[in-house]
Design a protein around this ligand. Structure first.
Ligand code: SF4
Ligand code: SF4
Length: 73
């Protein structure tokens, strides 16, 4: 799994991860004030969510199979 919660209880629903993720992985559950990892498979393991999450709620593992770039002629 590329991105997952380190501790879901730490999430305060600030929405920073929603704004910073370049791959649109997160959705904000405003009712429960938590972020949802809605599109985990889209994670490209950039680490931005870890850097900017103010509570350290997110973990990212480098176990993503990133397909090699292919050039077509
Ligand atoms: S940045 Fe961290 S605390 Fe803020 S919504 Fe995302 S997971 Fe929760
Ligand atoms: S590691 Fe990067 S791509 Fe993956 S969820 Fe975090 S911000 Fe998004």
């Amino acid at each position: 799994m590329p991105v997952e919660y380190y501790d879901h209880g730490l999430c305060n629903g600030c929405g920073t991860c929603v704004l910073t993720c370049p791959c649109d992985v997160f959705r904000l559950d405003k009712q429960n004030k938590k972020t949802i990892i809605a599109y985990r498979s889209e994670c490209q393991v950039c680490g931005m969510c870890i850097i900017y999450c103010p509570t350290g709620a997110i973990a990212v593992t480098p176990e993503k199979d990133i397909k090699a770039m292919t050039a077509y002629m």
